[in-house]
Design a protein around this ligand. Sequence first.
Ligand code: NAD
Length: 338
Amino acid sequence: MDKIKVGVSGYGVIGLRLATGVELQEDMELVGISDVAPTLAIRGLVESGRPYNFYNAMPENEEKLKEAGVKISGTLEDLVKKCDVILDASPGGIGAENKKLYERLNTKAIFQGGEKDEVAEAFFHGYANYSKGVDKDYLKLTSCNTTGLIRAVDCLDKAVGVDRVALTIIRRVADPGDYHRGLTNALQMDRAPNHQAVDLMSIMPHIDATGLLVHTPVTHGHIITVLASTKKKINKEETIEILGKHPRIRTVKIDDGFLGNASLFRYARDMGKLRGDLYEIALWEDSIVNSGNDIMFAINIPQESVVIPENMDAVRAAMGIKSGAEATSLTNKYLGMK
Ligand code: NAD
């Protein structure tokens, strides 16, 4: 079977990880990447010697790109023409602009969480609503927190049924290396309900979800606490058994040294993971408690890498692979998850 030809538009925090993700999929070919300027990520790519074909999305920056040593293979339009699917990871709002080009050239595209929902025909999660993405031309992925949250809630829901969830997102304010949020030392409250709870209901309409969000001046991952009202009461051991089996969830313990978000970031680097990326969310076994008939737990969300698996699922759905089980297990195998 021919490999699915994939292009990545926007080579930033998410785009460069999508490019790596596509390279690892044996049924996909990374045709090239596109960006608008010799950003730090593009300069890093040039110096690393990785042979990605670069397509220029801003012709007026051609000289600047050449001065930075970028070999230009064509324009964004040239890239789109060669691809079956574009993974668009440009900044929020730009994807909707780029969509005009994708539509004109009749090319499928997957958009990221920063775009408005209207950009796509379906709001997509590889496990919770795979069938909604099959054969669609335009899909939008959930945000990093929502992606990880839905993995856990959908897994519990499939095992014992979930009626209601209440969550608190302890949200990292920027990615490692970012300067645009300044040098801060404060927590900031968001208005309730958080968008992650609203988005969860859009993908899983049978669950009543709400929650709060607190921005924190850290960069190494979000933590979400979840209070889930399940149809059948479950205890700590059963929760570990159910969530621990999920290929995209790892269980960790405080006594093993996993004290918080930074421990997971460091652990991934110590394992030699490229860029310190973990594709799995982590469930703290020590966080699991019953509150009446409900179960409460905390998960870690590695915001830079968590959405990569569901993006790979989305490519397969858009290309017409009917079985979500087949699509997600291919993603898990190629990305090295259990
Ligand atoms: P980023 O700013 O790190 O990267 C965006 C890249 O797109 C930049 O390199 C920029 O130069 C490039 N770009 C700008 N205009 C372009 C155009 N017209 N065509 C092609 N490329 C263009 O942003 P990011 O953090 O990677 O976010 C991308 C998307 O992913 C957003 O929708 C965001 O909400 C979502 N997302 C981000 C995270 C995260 O933790 N950073 C997590 C999940 C989802």
